[in-house]
Design a protein around this ligand. Structure first.
Ligand code: 13P
Length: 267
């Protein structure tokens, strides 16, 4: 059986003081809770303070992005080894807000800015490989835009992202990683994807992994749902057969995030 993972993605939110106060509350609320893994993926500037605050508890730490090279003259970049050094377990890779051309990126941005900012499938694959090499667990994101869903190509889009993102990985590596299915139109909109439909897409992702890498990889990989997940809908999300947890944005900024972990733990 796969252990569900409820991970918070704080995005570009929180000061050190507010973040530490929140994780201290979460840590206390989740003391003694077993049956689900919990993590908070925080901005780079908060990693050390949050790592210290989480020490001795059950909540794991994650980052929201990384660079694929191990070290060198890459001004402004952060390596996987640096994240490991600051006690990260997880790193989000290929979030739609980093892939460019959709998500929350303003329409006024030029193509040059989008190209400079955006991860593509090849970049995602490099980052996933580098994260694994440094001992981190990637949370590799995929998901279709509203336009892609309306054109009826959700399954192809997601299968393409998964196939490219997992290229040249071993079955054992994939068995240990986390995939987050986040329909772009459900992120930050309050429009949660119908859980049965989310489950259908996620079962399809697992089938792609099975075809590419075999049973051990498909049965081991944890596949989360993300997009307006909250304490109000987490029970219905966790009731689905193929959904192994949630990647949570807005609702992870509140102490009630702990309730979502408890619901997953009770499954
Ligand atoms: P929301 O939960 O705010 O919709 O964000 C989801 C998300 O993007 C998590 O990575």
């Amino acid at each position: 059986m796969r252990t569900p993972l409820i991970a918070g993605n704080w995005k570009m939110n929180m000061t050190i003081a507010d973040g530490v106060a929140l994780v201290e509350e979460l840590k206390a609320a989740l003391r003694g809770v077993t049956g689900a893994d919990a993590a908070v993926c925080v901005p780079f500037t908060l990693l050390k303070s949050i790592a210290d605050a989480l020490a001795g508890g059950t909540i794991a730490l994650g980052a929201q992005d990384m660079f694929w090279e191990p070290k060198g003259a890459y001004t402004g970049q952060i390596s996987a080894a640096m994240l490991h050094d600051v006690c990260c377990t997880y790193v989000i890779i290929g979030h739609s807000e980093r892939r460019g051309r959709f998500g929350s990126i303003p329409e006024s941005w030029s193509d040059e800015l989008l190209d400079a900012f955006g991860d593509n499938d090849a970049v995602v694959n490099r980052k996933v490989k580098a994260a694994l090499a440094a001992g981190l667990t990637p949370i590799m994101c995929c998901g279709e835009t509203l336009a892609e869903r309306e054109r009826g190509i959700t399954d192809e889009v997601v299968a393409g992202q998964i196939t490219a993102g997992l290229a040249a990985l071993t079955a054992a590596q994939v068995a240990g990683l986390v995939i987050a299915y986040e329909p772009v139109w459900a992120i930050g909109t309050g429009k949660v994807c119908d859980p049965a439909e989310g489950n259908r897409v996620i079962a399809g992702i697992r089938a792609v992994v099975r075809r590419l890498l075999g049973d051990a990889a498909a049965d081991g990989v944890r596949i989360q749902y993300g997009g307006s997940a909250s304490p109000d809908n987490i029970a219905e999300i966790m009731a689905q057969s193929d959904i192994d947890g949630a990647l949570v944005g807005g609702a992870a900024l509140k102490p009630s995030f702990a309730e979502m972990v408890k619901v997953a733990a009770a499954r």
